[in-house]
Design a protein. Structure first.
Length: 292
């Protein structure tokens, strides 16, 4: 069986539409046949005709057939517009922007592939039972019609979450560095108080304490400098991460806008509307014929 390159669910939807189109095509052909039969029954009642009479009959037949075919083509266009409108409406619920390539509509190879697919489906359907299950109405699409844009949006969302996590980590490290700085400053003040309380002790003890204080102060200053440098680096990293987060959010917004723009540029809605209008016109015409 010929395949169209879509999943099973979508292929079943295509088969359903092709059956509908085949039915409409058959109705149109019957209408054209009836035009010729009407001419035979109403005008071809004599054995001989003049050239003017033949021309008059052919002109009348041409006008009727032209009107019927034009009406059917218009209704087909409107029906296609309504079908695409259903698909696009479902895509909009998932913030997707579907895109069509009109140039592929005249691709002989693809058209032949569709013809083979229709032929195989029609043959297989004749072999099956005539009782076909009722097809459900189209449900909102769970997967995007534009896979590339969906992947882009998902990737940007993932990057957004990663940057948010990284931002929280950096903020936690910055807070820890500030706490460490506060503890070191408190230790320095305590050492200075101890130094003041022991001024009356022996010179040796004072010298030892001064040496300890100097060593601790040097270590504190070194640690403080390292902490300050680390804090500055964390602050710079925090700003860079925030900029990256804003950039990813902007890319995400741009991708969503691009998806919406591509969807609005499609001709699907117009085609479906034209198909529905043409169908209504055909029903009205059939009713007029039945009345006659």
């Amino acid at each position: 069986q010929a395949e169209l390159g879509v999943n099973e669910h979508h292929q079943n939807e295509v088969v359903s539409y092709m059956r509908f189109a085949r039915f409409k095509r058959g109705m149109c052909l019957k209408t054209v046949d009836s035009c010729f039969q009407d001419l035979k029954d109403s005008r071809l009642v004599e054995d001989t005709f003049t050239v003017d009479e033949v021309i008059d009959m052919l002109d009348g037949l041409q006008s009727v057939v032209h009107s019927e075919v034009e009406s059917e083509l218009i209704n087909t266009t409107y029906t296609n517009v309504l079908l695409l409108r259903q698909l696009f409406s479902q895509a909009e619920k998932w913030y997707l922007k579907l895109q069509t390539d009109v140039s592929d509509l005249e691709n002989r190879e693809l058209l032949h592939q569709v013809a083979e697919f229709e032929k195989s489906e029609y043959t297989s359907s004749n072999e099956k039972s005539t009782a076909d299950p009722i097809k459900p109405k189209l449900a909102p699409l769970n997967e995007g019609g534009s896979e590339l844009l969906n992947k882009t949006v998902a990737h940007l969302q993932e990057e957004n979450e990663k940057l948010k996590t990284r931002l929280r980590t950096i903020e936690t490290q910055a807070t820890a560095a500030l706490d460490e700085k506060s503890k070191l400053e408190k230790s320095l003040r305590d050492l200075q108080m101890i130094q003041g309380d022991q001024k009356n002790n022996a010179n040796q003890d004072i010298t030892e304490l001064e040496n300890k204080v100097a060593a601790l102060k040097s270590q504190f200053e070194k640690t403080l400098n390292d902490t300050t440098a680390n804090q500055k680096f964390l602050e710079e990293d925090l700003m860079t991460t925030k900029h990256d987060l804003l950039k990813v959010q902007d890319q995400l917004s741009t991708a969503e806008k691009e998806l919406e723009k591509k969807f609005q540029q499609t001709a699907a809605y117009r085609n479906m509307k034209e198909i529905l209008t043409r169908k209504n016109e055909q029903i009205k015409d059939l009713r007029r014929r039945l009345s006659k």
